[in-house]
Design a protein around this ligand. Structure first.
Ligand SMILES: CCC(=O)SCCNC(=O)CCNC(=O)[C@H](O)C(C)(C)COP(=O)(O)OP(=O)(O)OC[C@H]1O[C@@H](n2cnc3c(N)ncnc32)[C@H](O)[C@@H]1OP(=O)(O)O
Length: 625
């Protein structure tokens, strides 16, 4: 039996022993004597009797072990022309001071803190400072509109909001403070303070409850790490569901630390002293797990990059960062590579840089299409490793485990289930499907450490969204199949969630924005394939009777509405005006049929359709896009 099969089978046969052994990589103030608490299925908890502090594990213990002068975090910001390196000692001291600043505002264990920051070191500092005092952070991605930010504030009810005065996109400066102010006009819940990191590109006017970040930190007394229960929440991260209301994915403290440390060794083969770069955003789970927590938990150096794959300043930006900082492994989304390939198909920019230290490219966030895989593999000459996971899971469900037993790559496959993940492909009736047959990808409960224990304040929605479809199984929302060799192929979502440039978005939020236009009677948004961004949203609207607004003006207004209510990240640009939407006789819009048409799949039209001829107009609209 190979090392992978041995580890995988051991993890499922005796999860208790497997995860207690993995837990030894973490420093506990009260070490676990038990791994799994299964007393309340389908709610499972990991390390129920243990206590720890994640900030201590990510910082202090490395300083105590003699890594104080090693680089912990390298900030590389081509959009500002600045760079800064924090050693472990500097990062620990800065985090401790900012944790003290939060304490001085009355933030204590269990309080929520919303973090609305661009890719600056203070984003990681804010997260680690919350962790240090047991506060629960909730980071919101900067590309969301005020309404989306407001929904998250209303649900998390933060005591304090931490923000920057602005973010910097290649073509514009995005003022964050007005976005926060507008969001707070929409919420009933009001934080005590908004702490603003002033950036010279667009300083914000501070009034009332607003405080200046640097002044607050300068006067603060450093705070020691506070031990918390392993089952206490470390953070809430909102993700798009099928309805407009985002889901607050809860991450617990102990399982998260154990799982991430395990993943750095088993999945990525990255260890203390290695230089690691995740090119994503702290607002996504990839940023939480692999820009901030995992690399620091294992004592590696993490690169935090405030720039884009192209345009900051050119398509050689990624290769420059790798060469300049000696990066050994990069984790990014396929969209980033497609953007580089589009501008520099022959990878001429690569020739300018010395990438000899570079060993592996990891890809996730969306399906890695075989063409992009082959391009990257050929140009870089290193392993290109796809892997698959979700905001909910926090780390890999399926991967090619570089630290256990590297396997042959099959383009289009995320390789095999990671130890801890009992992945099953089920049919509609819940029967397990054989190799080669596509069905719902599910995971037999209990999920391993690090995965979500529930949704914030909403056990029932957690159960309903993930556990109710198949008794005893977690529903991933993706469909796929295993091949004869046990390789997992993930084919796409089975619901109304779309993935635009690696950003998971709800079509429901976009539909709500379109429906708010006074001329629109009804609407539907689906995802359509796009060469660059993987998927793009595509809207269909039916006008109210008697509306005589010009098509061009209506389109402009609808695009602006989605940008206003969801944010620029939705990349919503295409909308067609149709006479009717395809519906069942009971009035349900046939979005699944529309998606099948958009994907060019020959799916049977439901017999309950009210008027099959309506589909012709949808087909015609999609052909012209
Ligand atoms: C495995 C678990 C997971 O899946 S976690 C999610 C993993 N996903 C990722 O890591 C995301 C990967 N994608 C990216 O990093 C970006 O899309 C890359 C590839 C860098 C391209 O960026 P960009 O050129 O800005 O395109 P985009 O489609 O992301 O942006 C669309 C519009 O939104 C804007 N935007 C983007 N980020 C921000 C931000 N932080 N603050 C404010 N605005 C933002 C962009 O400027 C762009 O705006 P515009 O429409 O051009 O005006």
């Amino acid at each position: 039996m190979g090392a992978y099969s041995e580890a995988y089978q051991r993890s499922l046969a005796d999860p208790e022993a497997f995860w207690l052994a993995a837990a030894r990589s973490i420093s506990w103030t009260k070490p676990p004597e038990r791994a799994l608490d299964d007393s309340r299925p389908p709610f499972y908890r990991w390390f129920p009797d243990a206590e720890l502090n994640t900030s201590y594990n990510a910082l202090d213990r490395h300083v105590e072990a003699g890594r104080g002068s090693q680089a912990a975090l390298i900030w590389d910001s081509p959009v500002t022309g600045r760079q800064r390196t924090y050693t472990y000692e500097e990062l620990r001291d800065t985090v401790a001071r900012f944790a003290g600043a939060l304490s001085s505002l009355g933030v204590t264990k269990g309080d929520r803190v919303v973090v609305y920051l661009p890719m600056v070191p203070e984003a990681a500092i804010a997260m680690l400072a919350c962790a240090r005092i047991g506060a629960v952070h909730s980071v919101v991605f900067g590309g969301f509109a005020p309404k989306e930010l407001a929904a998250r504030i209303e649900d998390a009810k933060p005591k304090v909001i931490l923000a920057a005065s602005c973010g910097i996109e290649p073509t514009r400066v995005v003022e964050y403070k007005p976005i926060i102010d507008r969001a707070l006009e929409m919420t009933e819940h009001q934080p005590d303070h908004v702490v603003v990191l002033q950036r010279e590109q667009a300083p914000a006017e501070l009034t009332g409850r607003d405080l200046d970040w640097r002044e607050l930190a300068a006067n603060a007394t450093p705070a020691d790490p506070v031990p918390v229960a392993a089952t206490d929440p470390l953070y809430i991260l909102y993700t798009s569901g099928t309805t407009g209301k985002p889901k607050g994915v809860v991450r617990d403290t102990g399982g998260h630390a154990v799982a991430l440390a395990y993943s750095m060794d088993a999945v990525y083969d990255v260890h203390a002293g290695d230089i690691w770069w995740t090119a994503s955003d702290v607002g996504w789970v990839v940023g939480h797990s692999y820009i901030v927590y995992a690399p620091l938990l294992v004592g590696a150096t993490t690169v935090l990059y405030e720039g884009k794959p192209v345009g900051t300043p050119d398509a050689g930006a990624f290769w420059r960062v790798i060469a300049e900082h000696g990066v050994q492994a990069l984790f990014t989304a396929p969209t980033a590579l497609r953007a580089i390939k589009k501008v520099d198909p022959d990878a001429r920019e690569l020739e300018k840089y010395d990438l000899r230290a570079f060993k592996t490219l990891f890809m996730a966030g969306e399906r890695l299409d075989p063409e992009t895989y082959h391009w990257a593999h050929e140009k870089l000459g290193t392993p290109v490793v796809d892997h698959w996971w979700q905001t909910e899971t926090g780390w890999s469900i399926a991967a090619n485990l570089r630290g256990v037993e590297p396997m042959d790559v099959k383009p289009g496959s995320a390789t095999k289930p990671v130890p801890g993940w009992d992945v099953r492909i089920l049919d509609q009736a819940g029967a397990e499907l054989p190799a080669g047959r596509e069905g719902a990808i599910t995971v037999k409960l209990p999920l391993p450490p690090g995965s979500l224990p529930t949704l914030w304040g909403d056990d029932e929605r957690y159960r309903e969204s993930y556990l109710s479809r198949y008794d005893g199984f977690y529903l991933t929302g993706d469909s796929g199949y295993f091949d004869e060799d046990g390789y997992l192929f993930v084919m796409g979502r089975t619901d109304d969630v779309i993935n635009v440039a690696g950003h998971r978005l709800s079509t429901g939020s976009m539909e709500a924005a379109l429906a708010s236009h006074p001329s629109v009677a009804e609407c539907a948004v689906i995802g359509v394939a796009d060469q660059l961004k993987g998927q793009l949203p595509r809207g269909f609207v039916v006008l109210k009777a008697g509306e005589d607004i010009s098509e061009e003006r209506l389109r402009e207004e609808l695009v602006a509405l989605v940008r206003r209510d969801v944010g620029p990240v939705a990349a919503f640009r295409d909308v067609s005006i149709v006479d009717a939407l395809p519906k069942t006789r009971s009035g349900k819009i046939l979005r699944k049929t529309m998606r099948a048409i958009a994907d060019g799949r020959d799916e049977a039209v439901p017999s309950t359709i009210e008027d099959p001829s309506v589909l012709d107009a949808i087909r015609a609209a999609l052909r012209t896009s």
